[in-house]
Design a protein around this ligand. Structure first.
Ligand code: URA
Length: 234
């Protein structure tokens, strides 16, 4: 099995991260540093990452977190801001996130030690749709809605078709639900900016068919077997 897959399957890191660790010289095979991410691991090989032997039977954990605003989607932050990892307190396994949410975005974040699933779902070819509820400033006209639905240029990238519905429009702000199929950096904020509206609050309420439901902000729960199967079949 390819080295990055072997490390990912053991729940140590995503495949991409495994490649980075390998290139940094932090991976050893049978006691010798291995810097070739394409190395084919055999049954007899002993693989070490950062001095720890990699075991293949790590229990797989899948959780859904309702991230509050003001948390960074990362294991550590150079500015010492709170991280989402600090919210997950009673899980022993080392988890990493499937995709990210901005510091100021709240809502659904999936976390797992299943490197293979994380890799698959983060890959651009996997068009799993994500649903956001945005509170935006100003009025949202029919013309702007049509632009958002058909695709807008967010700086060198034109978004694909999106599902966009106004939940509520009051005088100076609106609540809009938007479903997108890509996950570019700050995509929803940039899409609204492209049509002239500023996003004041952004909340991810669903990933594919998985909904936050009544999960409170700052809380998390394990995914059900059915939800895990759904993600694996996406
Ligand atoms: N789009 C954004 O602008 N921010 C997020 O966190 C997610 C999607």
């Amino acid at each position: 099995m390819r080295l990055n897959k072997y490390i990912a399957q053991a729940g140590i890191a995503s495949r991409r991260k495994a490649d980075e660790l390998t290139l940094q010289g932090r991976v050893k095979i049978n006691g010798v540093v291995m810097k070739e991410p394409g190395y084919d691991v055999t049954e007899k090989d002993v693989v070490e990452v950062n001095g720890h032997t990699v075991k293949q039977d790590a229990k797989k954990v899948y959780i859904m977190l309702n991230k509050p605003k003001g948390y960074i989607t990362s294991a550590d932050d150079e500015k010492d801001r709170p991280t989402v990892m600090e919210l997950v307190t009673d899980i022993e396994e080392r988890l990493f996130t499937i995709g990210r949410l901005d510091y100021n975005t709240s809502g659904m974040l999936l976390m797992t030690n299943d490197g293979d699933l994380a890799y698959k779902l983060s890959h651009p070819k996997h068009h799993i749709y994500k649903t956001y509820r945005a509170r935006i400033s100003g009025q949202i006209s029919g013309e702007r809605l049509a632009k958002l639905r058909n695709g807008v240029d967010i700086g060198g990238f034109v978004t694909s078709k999106a599902i966009v519905n106004v939940v509520k429009q009051v005088e100076r702000s609106a609540i809009v639900e938007i479903q997108i199929f890509e996950g570019r950096n700050r995509q929803v904020r940039k899409m609204f900016a492209a049509v002239g509206n500023k996003v004041m609050d952004l909340d991810r309420i669903a990933i594919g068919d998985l909904y936050l439901g009544h999960l409170k902000q700052g809380h998390y729960r394990k995914l059900t077997q059915k939800e895990i199967e759904y993600l694996k079949n996406c």
